[in-house]
Design a protein around this ligand. Structure first.
Ligand code: HEM
Length: 440
């Protein structure tokens, strides 16, 4: 049996001030790269070793499915979409969606990414304190909707953000507490979640209906609407909603958090910020384009390092389809496995001086020293993030566009703590003061 620990908060009907990220890192130090968290008869096997991660995600991927605990937590929200579907069905859906994420296609999204950012920041006033986390959500949500679904949701962005928050909060409680009993006891919270789900579904259904009335615009939603199975049947309304909902959720909050952490870390590391500004100066003040990114390698290093320290998706979950041996331990069929990226990313054995923000780790000279699969912000193997290239380009373009025009400093008294709520986000938001750059 792996070393084990009990998750006491699981017994608690209210969410205690519990730092799940610290808990997981501390346990890895105490119990090693594979240990179990026990609650009643449920065990979660936590993996924080690159070789084991490689074994699960790549070498033996066919022996695993996504864990049931993930479906229990967010199944209602994203149904049988790309993130949670399995087998031949998943393979078909992935193949269908893939063209929207090919490099040439993403390159064409660049202009929209920059335009959406510029439109959003025109309202920023010199010296004001803003919750930048809200700004990043609005920008990335706008981009996913425009590029993948061909729609504008600027007016609804705030509402969608609030609804998503309610749902993910409830889902996260389910994921962390394994205690369906509380669901029954806490009906008010459940009702709030149900209302949020209902409203969000109505918004997404509206998007799909609206889109169906228009001519094929070549975006992902057009492809999904046009898709036919072997018998010539279109995707069901439910499946369409699941796929749109999945991309909606997986495709904006993650990138928004990558940006939150990059902006925060740059504000705390003036040398890195100066180096980035120096690189951006080559653009002479004009907005960036996708074609510029090859000449702006430091911007990529900054994002990669930000999502090393704060991987927006803290990890990946799996369950074996039959009893297996893993790292010398027996894991039964259906056992919950959580591959904990956050812990690996903060392990000094893989990243020397791990808490230091050091974008140079990802310079061409040093990146090769990182052990294979010790750095997994986008997962690995066949279920690797479909949006990884999209996300990296998007994050860099948004970051450059903002920093060209504004300098962001942390608001006084603002303390920043990472909170794991499916994604790793700054707890309570990220208040920063925005000031225009000279000449911007
Ligand atoms: C910094 C931003 C992002 C991060 C850190 C991230 C992270 C991840 C990770 C770790 C996985 C794999 C989960 C697993 O193996 O269990 C994943 C899957 C996925 N991501 Fe992302 N993601 C990001 C952005 C995006 C974007 C922009 C999109 C779409 C527009 C997207 C859509 C998806 C989808 C659909 C899957 C499921 C793929 C499949 O199973 O076939 N993600 N993401």
């Amino acid at each position: 049996m792996p070393g084990f620990t009990r998750i006491l908060t699981a017994l608690s009907p209210v969410r205690l001030p519990f730092d799940s990220l610290k808990y997981i890192v501390d346990n890895a130090a105490k119990y090693g790269p594979l240990y179990g968290i026990y609650f009643s008869d449920t065990v979660t096997y936590v993996v924080s070793d690159p070789k084991l991660a490689h074994e699960i995600l790549v070498e033996r991927h066919a022996e695993f499915h996504k864990a049931q605990m993930l479906r229990n937590a967010i199944g209602e929200l994203i149904g049988n979409g790309l993130l949670t579907s399995e087998g031949d069905f998943w393979r078909r859906q992935r193949k269908l969606a893939q063209p929207a994420f090919h490099f040439a296609r993403i390159a064409a999204y660049g202009e929209t990414m920059v335009r959406q950012t510029l439109d959003h920041i025109t309202d920023w006033e010199s010296g004001e304190t803003r919750d930048v986390a809200q700004d990043m959500l609005a920008i990335t949500l706008g981009i996913v909707n425009k590029t993948l679904f061909g729609i504008d949701v600027r007016d609804q962005a705030k509402r969608i953000g609030a609804l998503t928050y309610v749902i993910l909060e409830a889902a996260n409680d389910r994921l962390n507490s394994y205690a369906p009993v509380w669901e029954k006891l806490f009906r008010t919270r459940r009702r709030r979640e149900e209302a949020a789900l209902g409203e969000l579904f109505a918004i997404v259904d509206g998007i799909i209906t609206e889109h169906g009335k228009r001519a094929d615009s070549g975006d992902l939603l057009s492809m999904l609407l046009a898709a036919r199975d072997e018998e010539g049947n279109p995707m069901s309304a439910q499946q369409l909603r699941d796929e749109v909902m999945t991309l909606f959720v997986a495709g904006h909050e993650t990138t928004a958090n990558a940006l939150n952490w990059a902006l925060y870390l740059l504000s705390q590391n003036p040398e890195a910020e100066a180096k980035l500004m120096n690189e951006i100066a080559a653009l002479g003040g004009r907005p960036p384009a996708m074609a510029d990114l090859a000449r702006l390698p430091y911007s990529e290093m900054v994002i990669k390092e930000a999502i090393r320290l704060y991987p927006p998706a803290a990890g990946a979950t799996r369950e074996p389809l039959h009893d297996i041996e893993l790292g010398g331990y027996h894991i039964p069929k259906g056992g919950n496995i959580a591959i904990w990226t956050y812990t690996m990313h903060r392990n000094a054995a893989f990243f020397p001086d791990p808490l230091r923000f050091d974008p140079e780790r990802f310079s061409p000279a040093r990146e090769a020293d990182i052990p294979k699969h010790a750095y997994l912000p986008f997962g690995a193997g066949p279920r690797v993030c479909i949006g990884n290239t999209f996300a990296m380009m998007e994050a860099r373009l948004i970051l450059i566009t903002i920093l060209q025009r504004f300098r962001l400093t942390l608001a006084p008294k603002q303390t920043v703590q990472a909170e794991q709520l499916f994604t790793i986000r700054p707890k309570g938001g990220l208040k920063m003061i925005v000031r225009p750059r000279d000449g911007a």
